[in-house]
Design a protein around this ligand. Structure first.
Ligand code: CTP
Length: 427
């Protein structure tokens, strides 16, 4: 942690999450940070100045026109002296003021008068968070360079469940540390907006989606229940994030996603050839449910019914994900697979991560009504650990995964080529 000796100005907004800021203040002090605290008038309804001042180890500022404060330290100086401003909880009202440039109390005046980095930890009712007005304000603020941590999904004080809960103190502390070290990924929006240039602008993403059909004869085939909804949603989200997307789709009953170069295939062999032709890429996502086997020799003519049932000999299909992950010089920087499982989901996903040589596996339990349904519940599995997302519409899962992939790609750009550590031929 790079917090020792750092000067942090905390602005506490008026929301129930203000109580968590007490814990944040305690931890920041413990880490050696020097704190100054400003409370809005409504924050004082949720936590007392006395408890904040005792934990922060100093005076709490609140009034814009305070003679004593002005004689001790001008309010402009208060924000200019800091290495970082942290707004927690960042209420809908505070975010709106910041986005509009209002300066009608000490907190908003400081936020407008500063050229120091600002980290906001939003907290509000989920409908307030999802309201187009708040989302517009957040987009404006992100474009202005404001950093964000959270909000998280969770149970709200008002009894509802969804996005809007302030991140836990430990998460905000880690974000403060990252912000102080110049980590700009905190500026990445959750809601991907093509207007803001896009998180994946200039990147090429290849995605497989849907099932494959493996012919038995000209009219029959082996298939599975994959609808392609999650893979197609990912292609749409990556395109919305500004990527150049090639979607290699098996047979599905979905329209081609907007702004995506969609290439239609039937069999695993065709899918493999289409993927090879689409490389090189920055990211490969294997979301297709590729049939594991095909009939060794499909009949040229329709097999006629006879008293003796036909016997098929099956041969294994090429593993497209493993082929891309072990491609050597053509290996995309980020190779992502899916693991649709009906039992021991995480254990199977971890085994696949190692076996196929990819960077991430998105594990999902398909024993519920996921295949063909509109919602999904996924866990991101990496060598580092697990991150479980709540059950969400497939579009929202796609947006969140795309954000993670963009963050990961950014962080990988700073390190050595992955091919070196993944058994690539240029190792
Ligand atoms: N995959 C692939 N080519 C294959 C089989 C799978 O590209 N021939 C990819 C899928 O797109 C997915 C991942 O590998 O990203 C895992 O697919 P899955 O069917 O769950 O794994 P399998 O390797 O087929 O293992 P099993 O069927 O035994 O679970």
């Amino acid at each position: 942690m790079a917090l020792a000796g750092k000067r942090i100005l905390i602005i506490i907004g008026g929301g129930i999450a203000a109580y968590k800021v007490l814990e944040l203040i305690r931890r920041l002090r413990e880490a050696g940070a020097e704190l100054r605290v400003v409370m809005t008038a409504s924050a004082k309804h949720f936590v007392t100045e006395l408890s904040v001042a005792s934990l922060a180890g100093g005076k709490v500022f609140g009034e814009l026109f305070s003679l004593t404060d002005e004689s001790e330290m001008g309010h402009i100086q208060l924000s200019r002296d800091a290495d970082l401003l942290v707004v927690a909880p960042a209420t809908a009202d505070l975010l709106a003021k910041m986005a509009q440039g209002l300066a009608n109390d000490l907190a908003s005046t400081l936020l407008l008068a500063t050229d120091t980095k600002i980290l906001a930890a939003p907290a509000m009712n989920l409908r307030m968070w999802l309201h187009p007005a708040t989302q517009r304000n957040v987009t404006t603020l992100r474009n202005d360079g404001i950093l964000f941590v959270g909000p998280e999904d969770g149970d709200m004080a008002c009894g509802e469940y969804g996005p809007g809960r302030m991140s836990e103190p430990a998460t905000i502390l880690a974000a403060i540390d990252r912000a102080l070290q110049g980590d700009t990924t905190l500026a990445l929006p959750l809601e991907i907006s093509a207007k803001s240039g896009g998180l994946l602008a200039g990147k090429r993403v290849v995605i497989t989606s849907g099932p494959t059909h493996e012919p038995i004869d000209p009219v029959r085939y082996i298939a599975n229940r994959s609808s392609g909804k999650q893979g197609h949603a990912l292609a749409g989200a990556a395109a919305a994030a500004g990527a150049d997307v090639i979607l290699v789709s098996g047979p599905v009953a979905l329209p081609d996603p907007h702004g995506v170069d969609t290439r239609h295939v039937e069999t695993a062999a065709e899918m493999r050839a289409a993927v090879e032709a689409a490389l090189p890429a920055d990211i490969f996502i294997g979301a297709a449910a590729v049939a594991d086997w095909r009939v060794a020799e499909a009949a040229k003519d329709k097999i006629k019914k006879s008293p003796k049932a036909p016997a098929f000999s099956l041969v294994e299909n090429p593993d497209i994900l493993a082929m891309v992950a072990q491609h050597g010089s053509m290996r995309p920087r980020l190779v992502i697979g899916f693991a649709a499982e009906t039992s021991d989901v995480i254990a199977h996903a971890q085994a696949k991560l190692a076996r196929k040589g990819c960077d991430l596996i998105i594990a999902n339990d398909v024993s519920a009504d996921v295949m063909g349904g509109d919602e999904n519940q996924v866990t991101i599995v990496t060598e580092m650990g697990l991150e479980t997302l709540p059950r969400l519409p497939k579009d929202e899962v796609a947006r969140r995964l795309t954000l993670r992939f963009a963050e990961l790609l950014q962080s990988l750009q700073a390190v050595a080529p992955l091919a070196k550590t993944r058994g690539g031929s240029d190792a």
